[in-house]
Design a protein around this ligand. Structure first.
Ligand code: NDP
Length: 284
């Protein structure tokens, strides 16, 4: 029987509807959740992502504060803006769209964001808390991945989980989150000796390498849950994941499509972190 398709789009929509209710409730107590979205320059992909995030905010009753800086804006200007946003009580979350232009030190910028407003979960304080298994703002894509796995009913505890990719924004944090949930985790990368063999041992497979159709169907362990994080633009303009969807579907028990899997969940988790930050601000 072919794998069931994990509908990330539908799940994200239902989370966003629930968040809209929570935002309404907070607003009735005088706190309208606010997200500052900072864009530097005019990278087309970044512009698309920022537009999607702002639209999602509006639909969920979250105030989005747009800060669009010119591509040649200085690091000092950006750090000054972040300092103002840190001090602004109407702003509960701060998102700086990456990548930044080369003349700006990304690490310095992420470090400048108040960890309590770091809804992207990229500040070293939140990265450290995640590694320690302590409460924190989990980065959005990994949080979405975990929610998608949980939605299948697959038991994470005791499962062999294999993560392909060790980036700071996907591979490493998702591995930490799976360890926290008592999976036995293997992280693979470009120097892994037997990638197909590692994939074959996975009850849960998370593929985040950025290579279209790299993971072949016959590699997949029968019954595995497959989360395809890859977003790759093909020459014909279509999007493809890192997994050969058709082949993998013959062996997996559940699989995410690309598009419509992890992508929509990333935005839903950003909104979730923002509403949570607003809620916490009422407790301060
Ligand atoms: P990075 O380029 O930062 O990292 C890629 C990782 O994959 C690296 O660890 C690299 O290994 C590993 N890798 C690359 N090629 C191979 C290979 N042939 N065999 C084994 N490992 C390999 O990518 P990201 O983590 O930022 O993104 C990964 C994918 O996920 C991309 O397609 C991206 O577009 C997508 N993405 C999707 C999101 C969503 O919301 N759906 C959000 C973020 C990313 P090494 O470390 O050795 O170089």
């Amino acid at each position: 029987m072919p794998a069931s398709i994990i509908d990330g789009k539908a799940m994200a929509l239902s989370i966003r509807a629930e968040l809209a209710q929570q935002a309404l409730h907070l607003a009735s107590r005088g706190v309208k959740p606010g997200l500052a979205v900072v864009l530097v320059g005019s990278d087309p992909a970044s512009q698309v992502y920022v537009k999607m995030k702002r639209k999602a905010c509006a639909e969920a009753g979250i105030e989005s504060f747009a800060h669009d800086l010119a591509g040649d804006a200085s690091e000092k200007t950006l750090l000054g803006l972040i300092a103002r946003l840190n001090a602004d009580n109407a702003v509960h979350g701060i998102l700086v769209q990456l990548p930044l232009p080369k003349h700006i030190d990304e690490k310095k910028v992420l470090l400048a964001i108040d960890p309590a407003k770091d809804v992207d979960g990229f500040h070293p304080v939140n990265v450290g808390l995640l590694a320690l298994g302590e409460p924190c703002f989990a980065p959005c894509t990994p949080a979405g991945i975990i929610a998608l796995i949980e939605s299948t009913g697959k038991k994470i505890e005791g499962a062999n989980a294999v993560v392909l990719g060790r980036s700071n924004i996907v591979g490493k944090p998702v591995a930490a989150m799976l360890i926290k949930r008592n999976a036995t985790v293997t992280v693979c990368h470009s120097k892994t000796a037997d990638l197909a063999g590692e994939v074959g041992s996975a009850d849960i497979l998370v593929a985040a390498i950025g290579r279209p159709g790299f993971v072949k169907g016959p590699w997949i362990k029968p019954g595995a849950v497959v989360i395809d994080v890859g977003i790759n633009r093909l020459p014909d303009g279509k999007l493809a994941g890192d997994v050969d969807f058709k082949g993998a579907r013959e062996r997996a028990s559940a699989i995410t499509p690309v598009p419509g899997g992890v992508g929509p969940m990333t935005i839903a988790m950003l909104l979730k972190n923002t509403v949570e930050a607003a809620g916490r601000s009422t407790a301060r």
